[in-house]
Design a protein around this ligand. Structure first.
Ligand code: KG4
Ligand code: ZN
Length: 345
């Protein structure tokens, strides 16, 4: 057997997967730490690293067991080395290096954000490229011009909060649980998105950039009042909470869909690959589909288990292996960088 073992520990999920050469996911295990971080309303890096240390070996074991594989069946070990929390990334990298060294297997570094786009390739086939890629998660809102599977050029990102981060912070302002995305979506369902006007930063701007912090502040003012204004704050009723959630969600979706369309136009692409946790948002999915249908372009969003953080999407490592992009054992993590091909020297 020729199998790839992939490891992911960039943020608050410890994950391992076994994938074969044909991109069949033999197993994909994800140990979530949501329960550990819930009461802080966000991921606490030190708690995350410690949980990765505890989870990494059981998760790898489970991935091998579920795939009916042993270490002897492995052809390579892949690990996400960028971007992410430095302490968290190091746990996955150390595990991957140890396995690669002791088993004498090639070690392959994968960029986590690029892997989110590769998840669309796994379900949509090679014909999804060339494409525009959008990755929207708790930590990132990035737009890519993708010439091929591994030629991904970062063409736009957020100048402040990520889209998912905005969902999480707005949930906190509205008194909803963590992580906020699904709860804001649910709350928005019975709201009127037009009841309160929220900003759509950069929507009419040429730049392929995002900014969600002004929108987040606008939500805060809608809830608590604007400290610079004498206008009384409307009473917070259940309906107003729903309206704010709906208005916020619509503003985020307007900007994300608008920027995707701008990128499709600019780069002359007619395929759009979307990944990351926020891609789970039903309103975003519906509006992206609407836009794609109107333009006659193709939309690929990976199914839930491949769309949110997982190790299976590191199957991109097969492409790196075939191209000879094998990492040396002095491979390091790149917490803050989003770059092209981590294996390229
Ligand atoms: O990709 P992901 O699982 O983890 C990383 O951040 O890398 O994304 C998690 C993010 C969280 O911010 C969460 O609130 C958001 O995705 N999210 C959603 C929805 N489901 C998850 N945001 C909006 N609507 C949703 N239905
Ligand atoms: Zn992610």
């Amino acid at each position: 057997m020729s199998l790839l073992l992939a490891i992911e520990s960039s943020c608050d999920e410890t994950a391992a997967a076994v994938i074969d050469r044909n991109l069949n996911v033999r197993s994909s295990i994800v140990a979530s730490q949501v329960a550990l971080h819930e009461r802080y309303g966000g991921v606490v890096p030190e708690i995350a690293s410690r949980a990765h240390v505890e989870n990494i070996l059981p998760v790898i074991d489970e991935a091998l067991r579920e795939a009916n594989a042993t270490l002897a069946d492995l052809a390579a070990v892949a690990v996400m080395t960028e971007p992410g929390l430095v302490g968290s990334l190091l746990i996955g990298l150390t595990a991957a290096k140890t396995l690669a060294w002791t088993l004498e297997l090639p070690l392959i570094a994968v960029n986590h954000i690029e892997a989110h786009i590769y998840a669309c390739r796994m379900v949509g086939g090679a014909s999804v490229f060339p494409a525009v890629g959008l990755v929207v998660s708790g930590g990132h809102s990035n737009l890519y011009n993708c010439a091929s599977t591994t030629e991904l050029e970062l063409v736009g990102s957020t100048i402040d909060d990520a889209a998912g981060e905005a969902f999480d912070k707005v949930a906190q302002i509205l008194g909803l649980p963590y992580p906020g995305g699904p709860f804001v979506q649910e709350c928005a369902e019975s709201g009127d998105a037009a009841a309160i006007k929220f900003p759509r930063t950069f929507l009419r701007d040429e730049r392929l950039a995002f900014s969600f912090s002004g929108l987040k502040t606008a939500v805060l003012y809608a809830v608590q009042g604007n400290p610079g204004s004498r206008k009384p704050v409307p009473k917070m009723t259940e309906q107003r909470r729903h309206d704010i959630a709906a208005g916020f969600q619509e503003a985020v979706v307007d900007v994300l869909v608008g920027k995707c369309e701008q990128a499709l136009e600019r780069f002359g692409r007619d395929s759009l690959c979307v990944g990351g946790g926020v891609a789970a948002n039903a309103r975003l999915r519906a509006r992206l589909q609407e836009m794609s249908d109107r333009r006659g372009s193709r939309l690929v969003i990976a199914p839930m288990q491949l769309c949110t953080d997982n190790a299976a999407m590191a199957a991109m490592a097969w492409e790196h292996l075939d191209a000879g992009r094998i990492a040396a054992l002095d491979l390091d993590v790149r917490p803050g960088l989003v770059r092209l091909n981590p294996n390229r020297r």
